[in-house]
Design a protein around this ligand. Structure first.
Ligand SMILES: NC(=O)c1ccc[n+]([C@@H]2O[C@H](COP(=O)([O-])OP(=O)(O)OC[C@H]3O[C@@H](n4cnc5c(N)ncnc54)[C@H](OP(=O)(O)O)[C@@H]3O)[C@@H](O)[C@H]2O)c1
Length: 340
């Protein structure tokens, strides 16, 4: 099959970027669906681990090997933003760190710069759609390019492409369990482990961040429910406006008491319409044993969509890992490649 080559700027080359690079190079034979896609970066820029820039194109497999062997790249000759503003490329792959305090931070500038120049965007970073979905989607429409973020919520689960396929349906409510780390920690608390030990286990298994505060305090969930509410309900909200309480105040006694009453504590995210506007919250809630949320165990995640004339509809993701996240960005890039 002839491969469609996309010239990209990669902002970030951490877990997700390296997994994408591996799936497109050394692991390519395992994924026949990627046969038609080739990524040729003209820049790969990180935060503290340098970068590579070559307008003629960088070999992705060699870049991955170099990063792994040398623990990073040489000092980057330009920032990701400068690369996006000056180089020739087809799409931005925005996979830098989520910045809630900075309202999306540099990722927002990266996405705006690419869209302004009429370049497509594929991002796993929740910041841009959580803080400025309406503005960025309008800019993408004006420039006739795609702004895609399939991995921003529940990794590669096809939520947003499902949303784009809906015809005539109005989403009236959203709920779900979106944060893997907190759901895992709550499951381990039920098994008698302490919160500190459960967080450490999650870190050792490689899915909790070194600083798990964004997860435990509910910021990651707030970002995800904002992305969903903005996309499906035209909410115009952001993570700082979500009524948020994480799981740091949940004790082993709380979990045991709920268990004894046949219930489980889950970090539940919700968005709904009230008095003409959309409200959103993230709160630990006791859910009944028979409720679908009660069956979301360990690292799983679930989304429930309510409509005016369908459903409710559920999507359940079992134990996602980095492959799932990388696959979401690759699904976005395949969509972009099929249209360019
Ligand atoms: N991992 C997951 O399972 C998952 C799931 C869904 C969504 N996401 C989202 O996907 C994105 C990437 O996740 P990850 O796990 O790959 O994170 P990560 O391993 O922490 O990597 C983040 C990357 O961003 C780079 N970076 C930081 N500031 C930058 C800047 N100013 N310009 C360019 N690059 C910059 C970092 O460089 P340094 O290392 O040099 O600082 C690193 O290469 C995040 O927004 C995350 O929230 C991740």
């Amino acid at each position: 099959m002839k491969r469609k080559k996309l010239r990209v700027v990669m902002a970030g080359f951490g877990n997700v970027g390296q997994k994408m690079a591996a799936m497109l190079t050394g692991e390519r034979d395992r994924y026949p669906g990627l046969a038609g896609l080739e990524l040729e970066p003209v820049a790969i820029v990180t935060g503290r681990h340098g970068g590579l820039v070559d307008p003629k194109g960088i070999d992705l497999g060699r870049a991955l090997a170099q990063y792994r062997e040398q623990g990073g790249f040489p000092a980057a000759p330009m920032t990701a933003l400068q690369a996006l503003e000056t180089l020739d490329y087809d799409a931005l792959v925005e996979i830098s760190t989520l910045d809630i305090a900075g309202r999306g931070g540099l990722a927002m500038a990266h996405v705006r710069a690419a869209l302004e120049r009429g370049r497509h965007v594929a991002t796993a970073n929740k910041g841009p759609a959580a803080f400025a979905y309406a503005e960025l989607a309008a800019l993408a429409r004006k420039k006739n390019v795609r702004f895609l973020f399939e991995s921003a919520v529940m990794d590669g689960t096809p939520i947003f492409c499902l949303g784009r396929a809906l015809r005539g349906l109005n989403v009236t409510g959203i709920s779900g369990i979106f944060n893997t780390t907190t759901n895992f920690v709550l499951s381990r608390l039920e098994a008698g482990e302490s919160m500190a030990s459960a967080v450490k286990t999650a870190q050792q298994l490689g899915f909790a961040e070194a600083d798990p505060a964004n997860d435990l305090e509910g910021w990651d969930s707030s970002a995800k429910v904002s992305v969903l509410a903005n996309f499906f309900m035209d909410a115009g909200i952001d993570p700082l406006r979500v009524d948020r309480r994480g799981i740091t105040g949940v004790t082993a006694d709380d979990v045991a008491r709920a268990r004894a009453a046949g219930r489980r504590i889950k970090l539940v995210c919700r968005a709904w319409r009230e008095n003409g506007r959309v409200r959103a919250e993230v709160k630990p809630r006791e859910v009944e044993a028979g409720h679908y949320f009660s069956a979301v165990n360990g690292r799983a995640a679930a989304l429930r969509l309510e409509f005016d004339m369908l459903g409710p509809l559920w999507l359940l993701e079992e134990n996602p890992d980095l492959m799932d996240t990388a696959s979401g960005v690759l699904q976005d890039l395949l969509a972009i490649a099929s249209e360019s």
